[in-house]
Design a protein around this ligand. Structure first.
Ligand code: HEM
Ligand SMILES: *[C@@H]1O[C@H](CO)[C@@H](O)[C@H](O)[C@H]1NC(C)=O
Ligand SMILES: *[C@@H]1O[C@H](CO)[C@@H](O)[C@H](O)[C@H]1NC(C)=O
Ligand SMILES: *[C@@H]1O[C@H](CO)[C@@H](O)[C@H](O)[C@H]1NC(C)=O
Length: 587
């Protein structure tokens, strides 16, 4: 079967518009105009058409807004907007930027909801709890992920829970949801085995005298835990080679492990990371991403590796069910069943099953990896916080016992540390929706009570990253890392007053399904970490050149000026080139 590459099918769809300059040029030449003139006029038709459409749209929106007694969302205008400069700016940001640079200044100036344009991409961005609440909860049915978003993700995420709308989403949510019941997510055996591996790897490397990239290590932990929970077949990425600091000469390193499990794990994990990177690049490019994939779908090579691993796992599960092995299981066995086995009760379509596994891995791996990494980073920055978290843990669990569900519920300070970590560095800092019908949002500005008009089909972004740092919502110290803000009187004026100003897990019908699972997993891992290590430090000498924050940050206000790691933005956040730490064992 012949399938067009994303780029070619994009060109085919746009061909009526793209052929306009040639048709006009040919027509004018036919009418006897000189060749050069026909060609020039022809070439001008395209920008003229675009300009006309933009002006007409703005005029219509203005009229619709006025009719409703509303106004348009304030437009961010800047030196760089819609100018060639923006490319320079983008290159600069890739090298020296910090998340939301530029946008936060615009919001300080224009209010929490703005309309901005970068090249061909226009977005209405909100950081207002009252608007986000409409999107996610009170007017949920009017907001979808949208065909534009889903199309870019489809090659990797198919129609899974994360990448569907409407009835398709309901179906996926319904078949996966029972799996996240309290009984299931408090099966700690699996966390325990993988946490043991993490702790022994850390100890071994430290004894050899090397620092460890904690982000890499913990990404293996969350990958192994998620894969086992999801499809009963652990990837075993903790069995593979973990990296050494860049400045250790290769000749002094032991050979990497060569057993097949380790190699397969590395291949799968690398392919998974690659696939996620590709689809988030599409999001960055916007509508025209297919033009960058004229020669072929860039997710294909990675998806091939992923399928080679997952297809047999899924086929085996389907076969097992066909032979009736699942029904015969005892009640207790069923409790330990994976999501894959459970889903077989609803469908045995291998594509649906594979889509869901990948959606769940995306949702469950990078998010917890990032939160644990930044949490340990904060421990290195604020030893006093580490000491207090350890004291709480020692009083509740003690130096060696395995923590229970109840222990984890009792450790309020640890929970506050995780909350504060997710406030400053939420795993999903920006998110996208589209509104179906035109609507209005209440004015965020008491001086101008006219509501904001949002035309149908607007591309809407909301940023919890920016909202979580708004000084008017969190106080003048919003950029400080201070877990106590979740424990003392301050909660009265923040999360208790408005739960929508703190949304690391989203809210409403599409709230994160794995919230409790994630919290148990992260707390469990941190308890094992604190039991094993009395202290933890950042080893800046182990970071590769260029991986640490650039010097220009030092003079900046807020966290940008304080940070010793570089946050990197894709669909989820992570730490550029890892987080190198060394640890001191507890006695
Ligand atoms: C710190 C850890 C985590 C954070 C911060 C987090 C955050 C989020 C956020 C913000 C969303 C909303 C995405 C959107 O609608 O666009 C989401 C959705 C989701 N999360 Fe999580 N998540 C975490 C861990 C997990 C884990 C461990 C799992 C599963 C094992 C999971 C499963 C899901 C699923 C299935 C959805 C899609 C729900 C839907 O669209 O109906 N998450 N998560
Ligand atoms: C952490 O945040 C959640 C909201 O996601 C809140 O319900 C909980 O009370 C917070 N707990 C602590 C101890 O900060
Ligand atoms: C954002 O909303 C304004 C009206 O408030 C509208 O003019 C603009 O086209 C919208 N932008 C997008 C990308 O939909
Ligand atoms: C950890 O790294 C720091 C910073 O490079 C170094 O000074 C310290 O000696 C290291 N500690 C251990 C236990 O290796």
């Amino acid at each position: 079967m012949l399938t067009l590459t994303p780029g070619l099918s994009f060109l085919l769809r746009s061909s009526p518009i793209l052929s306009l300059p040639f048709l006009t040029g040919a027509l004018l030449a036919r009418l006897g105009l000189p060749r050069w003139l026909s060609l020039s006029v022809g070439l001008l038709t395209l920008p003229a058409l675009v300009a006309f459409l933009v002006v007409r749209r703005d005029w219509r929106n203005q009229r619709a807004a006025t009719a409703l007694g509303a106004r348009l969302i304030p437009v961010v205008r800047g030196r760089s907007i819609a100018s060639i400069d923006i490319l320079k700016q983008m290159r600069y940001n890739r090298k020296y930027g910090y998340p939301a640079d530029g946008l936060r200044e615009a919001i300080d100036e224009l209010g929490p909801t703005v309309n901005f344009r970068v090249l061909w991409m226009a977005t209405n961005l909100t950081t207002a709890p009252e608007h986000i609440k409409l999107i996610l909860a009170t007017d949920f049915n009017n907001y979808v992920k949208g065909e534009r978003f889903r199309y870019g993700m489809r090659g990797v995420l198919g129609t899974g829970v994360f990448n569907s709308d409407g009835d398709m989403w309901k179906f996926h949510r319904q078949i996966t949801r029972p799996f996240f019941s309290r009984d299931r997510i408090s099966h700690f055996d699996l966390f325990d085995r993988h946490a043991d591996d993490v702790v022994s790897l850390l100890k071994r490397r430290t004894r050899e005298g090397y620092s460890v990239d904690f982000q890499d290590l913990i990404g293996r932990f969350t990958m192994d835990s998620a894969s086992e929970f999801l499809f009963d077949s652990c990837i075993h990425s903790l069995k593979a080679h973990i990296p050494y600091p860049h400045n250790i000469p290769a000749s002094s390193l032991p050979p990497p492990p060569s057993d097949p499990t380790a190699l397969a794990a590395t291949r799968f994990t690398d392919a998974f990371t690659e696939a996620m990177l590709r689809i988030s690049e599409r999001e960055v490019l916007g509508r025209i991403w297919p033009l960058f994939e004229i020669m072929g779908d860039k997710t294909k090579p990675a998806m091939k590796v992923i399928s080679e691993y997952l297809d047999p796992v899924i086929a085996a599960a389907v076969e097992k069910k066909r032979l009736g092995k699942v029904q015969d299981q005892t009640e207790e066995d069923r409790d330990g069943m994976s999501l894959l086995t459970e889903m077989l009760e609803q469908t045995d379509d291998p594509q649906v099953l594979k889509d869901e596994m990948l959606n769940m891995l995306l949702a469950g791996r990078d998010t917890t990896m990032h939160t644990l990494t930044v949490c340990v980073y904060f421990f290195t920055m604020y030893p006093d916080i580490y000491r207090r978290a350890r004291e709480e843990m020692l009083a509740q669990v003690g130096p060696t016992r395995r923590p229970t569900y109840e222990d984890i519920k009792e450790m309020k300070f640890l929970r506050a540390v995780l909350n504060e970590t997710m406030r400053l560095y939420p795993s999903v800092p920006f998110n996208i929706r589209e509104n179906v019908e035109a609507t209005t949002w209440p004015s965020p500005d008491p001086a101008d009570p006219r509501p904001l008009y949002v035309p149908a089909g607007s591309k809407l972004a909301y940023s919890v990253f920016i909202m979580h740092r708004r000084k008017d919502l969190w106080g003048a110290d919003a950029e400080e890392f201070d877990p106590d803000r979740f424990l003392d009187d301050r909660v009265k004026n923040t999360i208790l007053k408005n739960t929508f100003q703190f949304l690391p897990f989203n809210a409403g019908p599409r709230i994160c399904l794995g919230q409790q699972f994630a919290y148990n997993e992260m707390a469990f891992m941190l308890v094992r970490f604190m039991q094993a290590f009395a202290a933890v430090a950042l080893d800046e000498s182990a970071f590769a050149p260029g991986a640490l924050p650039p010097d220009v940050w030092k003079s900046c206000a807020g966290r940008k000026g304080m940070e010793r790691f570089r946050p990197k933005l894709h669909m989820t956040m992570s730490t550029q080139d890892g987080l190198w730490i060394n640890v001191t064992e507890a006695t």
